[in-house]
Design a protein around this ligand. Sequence first.
Ligand SMILES: Cc1cc2nc3c(=O)[nH]c(=O)nc-3n(C[C@H](O)[C@H](O)[C@H](O)COP(=O)(O)OP(=O)(O)OC[C@H]3O[C@@H](n4cnc5c(N)ncnc54)[C@H](O)[C@@H]3O)c2cc1C
Length: 364
Amino acid sequence: DFLVVGGGPAGMQASIEAGQRGADIIIIDDKDRLGGQLLKQTHTFFSDVKYAAGKRGFKLGEQMIAELSELPNVKVLTETSAVGYYPKEDVMLMKRPGNATLKVRAKKYLVSTGAYEKTLVFENNDIPGVYGAGGVQTLLNVFGVKPGNRGILLGTGNVALMVAYHLIQAGIEVAGVYAPSFSRVRGYFVHAAKIQRFGVPIVTRHTIVKALGKNEVKGAVITRLNPDYSPAEGSQFTVDCDFICIGVGLNPAYDLVQLFNPKMVNNGTLGGMVPIRDKTFRFAPNAYIAGDCGSIEEATTAMLEGGLAGLYVTEALGRGDEGVTAKIEEYTHALEEDRGSPFSTRLKAAIEEITVENIEEVLN
Ligand SMILES: Cc1cc2nc3c(=O)[nH]c(=O)nc-3n(C[C@H](O)[C@H](O)[C@H](O)COP(=O)(O)OP(=O)(O)OC[C@H]3O[C@@H](n4cnc5c(N)ncnc54)[C@H](O)[C@@H]3O)c2cc1C
């Protein structure tokens, strides 16, 4: 009935809601276990207590995996990557361990493939020891591997600030957090304050120009920026470090989305290229979207969107009833509340911009 690609909070919640109402589901993930970003989140979440607040991300992931394991109609395939969707044949092609392939035709598809990390262009940015922040978080919190002994962070969004804190917790020295933003730290004040209490300098209006070293990182050259973002002459200095961690934001992972021939738009507030969709999260005749691959937000919104997509798919499969309608109302209200803070005004407007009443009109 329903093929879910991507087993993060969005894909898992969609599978739980549709699975509890009897749909036959396959959920796939390219990693060796479900969970997506939640697996590496050792910190407790904010937002609504009913959904995630107060829980640690990986605990929330474990709870969702346990819920899924109780549903015999939900088949979980890990280490399985969706590598292509062919609209004419209406078939999803997947790569499985040992180079095996699998083709699946489903009545409905959900793309919940998450996001890619953005990176920065600077001299020597390809030497070992230059990491994405998500990569460092995976090394530390999933595999228990230190990325180095003394590092710097680039970026002051929540991801960068959170990873700086995780590094400190793992006994690794954070020499500084640098970001080109002019006005302020971009992430929550509480995350910034946590690392500042450990004496880590957070330096805005600065960026990296070069990684030192050949086969490994030996340091980083940092520059102050002029108001037009050009490097300020004579302001360069070197920071001793053996790794550089880039946490400058995420782009929706839209590769698979595009193969359904949707109408794509570039929306900076939502992270980049995203498809126009309707209120049921449908962006192509038989395909739905939820989570970071449709708009870069948070785990709670990914869960709520996934839950809603799962319920709308349930209705589209002819399994709707009063209970489904009531649950849709509950999730919709929670999502509105979640996006109701003054910080989310632009995001809310951007979501409204890409959500249409009638998706058929857009696709035809
Ligand atoms: C450092 C950090 C801290 C965060 N802290 C918080 C927080 O405190 N509170 C909060 O609410 N949110 C937080 N977030 C954000 C939250 O983790 C994400 O918004 C959320 O995980 C998005 O869920 P998702 O299901 O859309 O994607 P993901 O969790 O990224 O899951 C997508 C899954 O799809 C898989 N996949 C991708 N492509 C394919 C393919 N072709 N075939 C098969 N599988 C595929 C991926 O491997 C991944 O497992 C944080 C994020 C980061 C990086």
